[in-house]
Design a protein. Structure first.
Lengths: 317, 681
């Protein structure tokens, strides 16, 4: 087990290195330059000399390979550099925002799995009845509706019907859980809807598949209660493909959050991301991409470990 | 016995007690996209307490469906019972509320299924799966259930029961899993066990173990047994009564001795004739039942077997009623009486043709062939293991002859076939085809040689591309390998189809529109397209029904005669191999155990493994089966990853001694042309 874990963690290094190389060079292929944007952005005239000096200060005049090496060196010592725009350390910029984003992401994931499991199961068991049709319409809608638009509808709905809008300022969970939740539950629902729709559809189809298996017939032939047939015999097996989707869709969740944070005016990682991209703040963007890649690989590692918990064939292999 | 009374129910004559279960006029329908299939159409059978009854028939005859109807486990919503009664201890199971039916399942009636590999839940421990019915039906506590589960595992012969309760199905072999299924079935001391093809997925020696176990337990515990099977040998060895089903109906029923000794329905007669038998001299041609079973979407009126029946008369257009004979034998045939009185002799099968004159010139010589597979183990770098699939195997095949390669799963027979075809690269040794070594032949040379060496695969369902027309499948090698123009190819395809016993217009169909036997004929036509001189037949009939199997074997025989083909015939069924082969190689765990000409091998097997194999295979004759004492091999097949030292068979051999554990026995010529690898001979 420990060996497997070490192996998987070691294997993450080349994956992340690949991500780093790709983002680093892709960012620099895109035309535009943060220095010009920063100094000439307001339309004033700045001499080439000033611009060159600022470039040198930010290290943009060095060859790309050297810049990359510097970044890698920094990463190895947990020095992520400073924002080219604000001049504050990247680590600080991210750490003040990541709590919020992670909380929304985790809430969205929990909510959606809690919704998706019963929904998908019921839909499968009542296959081709009106219950199934309703669930399928709801989940199809989940795939089709973009989360930011759903977010706007939520805000408008809350305002129109309840004359209430979620708090605008962020309160950390530990300070005031209620205020914190009343603000963050809405973006979590907005991005979680798609997530739950995808998972519910997967749960539905894998329950339908599993219910056709020979061992389900065996369970019934033993006289096992139908709810145990589903809950004990089918569920465990049906969860395997479903949790794969949970892991893969996590990337979409983060992607959805980038835009949804704008809608709910949340100062999270997504917001930082959008701002950094529009300012060509390479250092922040590349670090954020890498961070999200780390989160994604970790989530999928967790999913694979969960696989082992659910399926003894994998555990003992 | 010949004083038959017409249309009189059986039980007034022979049944001393009330039957435990009786299925009366059962009708089951499946709604499909193309209409309603009447899978079971007015079936009657009953079983006396303590009896063992066999339901026999080919796939699709409704035998499994009628059993599932008893359990009320038909696949919903497609399948439904359209009529009839199933009386069990005075209650009609079909009208019971679902909650009462659930209580009955697993407590009074248990079912054992065909596929031990998929019938156990892979994510739950064996212990939980055995204890489940105990807790549900008998309300046992954890401790009581555990104690009973350990007792049950002991009963079905699984050693080290306590530890194994915590294990999962994938840690058990196929035979062991079927033992677990039996333990589950026995858990609540049921009155009736229905076993649906319980040993079809298992190897011959394991099959014998499982069947002996079931027979022994049912006798000892007084359990009534219904066995569903297509294997007539199993019926002869284990059943008291037989019901033969065809196209959704019971065509004949009676005591096993009677049905085997004096069958009164042409289908039963045909079924028994089309099985190659170990206890009879090899006839040149197998008698077969021509044609296919009727489509149950639109069953023919009158007798459903009439279209394939050699005894057909005009009256057969009318549905035949049951004709009863003594001892509760009944047959749904207008001519039951005539059949019983020996009319059958008149149209007996073509017997004893001449076996093709073979030359002594070898076409294929295999010398010291070895194939090892490297498998990666667990861990960071993966500790490597070696599967010794084939170890130092030598044999030769003469032109125009058939060499049969027999053995249980994992013995390396398929690997040999694949290595000869160069689908696998040999680890060592040589394969000389017309004097040329295939193992070292260059790619280009191999490409040329492949036209002479062809293959017929086991599974006619998955080895043909479902998106290609039959004609295109056969024409593909003609056009791309032999450069024949499309129009000429079409003509050649038509010829090949006819040669393989199909119709020329079948070229425009897709594989799924053909039956299993027809698909296998397409596979044969495809192989013949290259005009090969040598064909590797890898279990070509094991996926087919008995009557169809006979047709394919005859076709292969005929083609050999006509085209002078040479076959390597790979199979696990000893009777089939015996029927078609001139010389036979018996393998076990990658090694040759024995090699001899057919008649010599079956008449005087030398190696203890061959003897055990022949012993384990049941013969379709109840009298003979009773006369002999089957000695089932004990133990499991060892893993080819860690084969036993010395003689690989020593772990299961009744003659093994300390010496066998150390020395690898050489393949020695013990009698002229008869080789065996055993130091005790």
């Amino acid at each position: 087990m420990l060996r497997y874990l070490t192996k998987r963690i070691l294997l993450m290094i080349p994956t992340l290195l690949g991500v780093a190389v790709l983002t680093f060079f892709m960012l620099r292929v895109v035309p535009g330059d943060i220095v010009e944007l920063k100094l000439r952005g307001d339309g004033g005239t700045v001499t080439q000399e000033v611009i060159d000096r600022e470039r040198t200060r930010l290290g943009l005049d060095k060859p790309l390979v050297i810049q990359f090496a510097d970044w890698m060196k920094g990463l190895a010592t947990f020095d992520f550099g400073t924002s080219m725009w604000t001049g504050r350390p990247v680590a600080e910029e991210i750490s003040i925002r990541i709590g919020l984003t992670l909380q929304v992401a985790v809430m969205a994931a929990i909510i959606s799995v809690l919704i998706a499991l019963p929904l998908g199961t019921i839909s499968a068991l009542f296959r081709d009845t009106w219950i199934d049709y309703v669930v399928r319409v709801v989940t199809i809608a989940g795939l089709a509706v973009p989360s930011f638009w759903l977010g706007m509808l939520m805000i408008m709905g809350l305002l129109t019907y309840f004359h209430w809008s979620p708090p605008v300022t962020y309160t950390p969970f530990l300070t005031d859980p209620l205020a914190n939740m009343s603000q963050l539950i809405w973006p979590a629902l907005a991005v979680g809807y798609r997530y739950s729709a995808v998972v519910a559809r997967m749960v539905r189809s894998s329950i339908i598949e599993v219910m056709k298996e020979d061992y389900i017939r065996t369970a019934r032939a033993k006289g096992v209660f139908e709810r145990l047939v589903v809950g004990r015999h089918a569920m465990r097996n049906a969860l395997l493909p479903a949790i794969t989707v949970v892991g893969l869709e996590f990337a979409f969740l983060i992607g959805g959050l980038v835009v949804t944070e704008q809608v709910f005016n949340l100062n999270g990682i997504g917001r930082l991301f959008v701002e950094a991209v529009s300012r060509n703040d390479f250092i922040i963007v590349q670090t954020l991409v890498l961070l999200i890649a780390v989160m994604f690989t970790v989530v999928n590692l967790l999913v694979d470990l969960l696989y082992g918990v659910l399926d003894p064939r994998i555990r003992f292999a | 016995m010949s004083s038959a009374t017409l249309l009189e129910p059986t039980h007034t004559q022979t049944a001393p007690t009330a039957p435990l279960i009786s299925v009366e006029d059962l009708r089951v329908e499946f709604s499909t996209g193309r209409g309603v299939v009447k899978a079971v159409d007015g079936v009657n059978w009953s079983v006396q307490p303590g009896e063992t009854m066999a339901l026999v028939g080919e796939s699709g005859c409704g035998k499994s469906v009628s059993a599932l109807a008893v359990m009320r486990l038909l696949a919903k919503p497609a399948g439904r019972v359209a009529g009839g009664r199933i009386m069990f201890e005075g209650r009609d199971l079909l009208t019971l509320p679902e909650s009462e039916m659930r209580e009955l399942r697993g407590r009074d009636i248990s079912m054992i299924f065909q596929e031990p590999m998929t019938s156990l839940n892979p994510t739950l421990t064996i212990g939980l799966q055995i204890m489940e019915p105990l807790k549900i039906h008998l309300g046992m506590s954890d401790e009581q259930a555990t104690a009973r589960a350990i007792e049950l595992l002991g009963l079905v012969g699984i050693p080290d029961a306590e530890r194994r309760l915590g294990q999962y199905p994938h840690q058990f072999s196929g035979g062991m899993r079927q033992r677990v299924m039996i333990a589950i079935g026995l858990a609540c001391n049921p009155k009736l066990i229905i076993a649906d093809e319980p040993t079809t997925a298992l190897d011959v020696t394991i099959q014998a173990q499982i069947l002996e176990l079931m027979k022994d337990l049912s006798r000892r515990l007084g359990i009534t047994l219904v066995i569903i099977t297509h294997n007539l040998g199993i019926v002869a060895r284990y059943a008291d009564r037989v019901a033969v089903m065809y196209a959704g109906r019971v065509v004949e029923e009676g005591p096993a001795d009677q049905v085997f000794g004096a069958p009164r329905h042409p289908y039963t007669i045909g079924l028994m004739r089309s099985v190659p038998r170990l206890d009879r001299p090899r006839e040149y041609k197998l008698a077969t039942i021509e044609g296919l079973p009727p489509n149950l979407l639109a069953p023919p009126s009158g007798c459903r077997f009439a279209a394939r029946c050699p005894f057909r008369i005009e009256k057969c257009a009318i549905d035949p009623p049951y004709h009863y004979a003594g001892d509760g034998q009944r047959s749904a045939c207008h001519r039951a009486e005539e059949l019983a009185q020996g009319l059958a002799e008149q149209t007996a099968a073509v017997v004893a043709g001449t076996v093709g004159q073979a030359t002594t010139e070898p076409l294929l010589v295999v010398r010291g062939l070895t194939k090892h597979f490297e498998v990666r183990g667990r861990g960071l770098m993966g500790t490597k293991g070696t599967v010794r699939a084939v170890e130092n195997v030598s044999f030769s095949i003469e032109k125009g002859r058939t060499l049969g390669l027999v053995g249980e799963s994992g013995c390396g027979k398929t690997t040999i076939g694949r290595t000869i075809l160069r689908l696998e690269e040999a680890t060592g040794g040589e394969v000389r085809f017309e004097g040329e070594d295939l193992v070292t032949a260059s790619r280009a040379r191999m490409k040329a040689l492949r036209t002479k060496i062809q293959v017929i695969f086991q599974d006619p369902y998955s080895s043909l591309n479902p998106r290609m027309l039959v004609g295109d499948i056969i024409a593909e090698p003609l056009i791309f390998r032999r450069g024949i123009k499309k129009r000429e190819a079409r003509e050649r395809v038509a010829e090949l189809l006819v040669q393989s016993g199909l119709y020329a217009d079948m070229a425009d169909r897709y594989p799924h529109q053909l039956s299993g036997g027809q698909r296998q004929r397409v596979g044969i036509a495809r192989a013949l397209a290259m005009e090969p001189s040598f064909i590797v037949c890898d279990e070509p009939v094991s996926a087919l029904d008995v009557s169809i199997q006979g047709q394919i074997i005859n076709l292969l025989d005929e083609l050999q005669e006509r085209l002078g083909l040479t076959y390597l015939f790979i199979a696990h069924d000893l009777a089939v191999v015996r029927h078609i082969s001139h010389r036979i190689v018996v393998m076990y765990l990658g090694r040759v155990m024995e090699m001899a000409d057919r008649d010599e091998l079956y008449a005087a097997p030398l190696h203890p493994y061959t003897q055990a194999l022949l012993d384990a295979a049941p013969v379709p004759d109840p009298a003979m089966e009773r006369a002999r004492q089957p000695r089932a091999l004990t133990g499991e097949l060892p893993s080819p990853l860690a084969p036993p030292s010395g003689c690989v068979f020593h772990t299961r051999c009744p003659m093994a001694s300390a010496e066998c554990r150390q020395t690898v026995p050489e393949v020695r010529e013990i009698r002229p042309g008869h080789f065996a690898a055993c130091i005790k001979i």
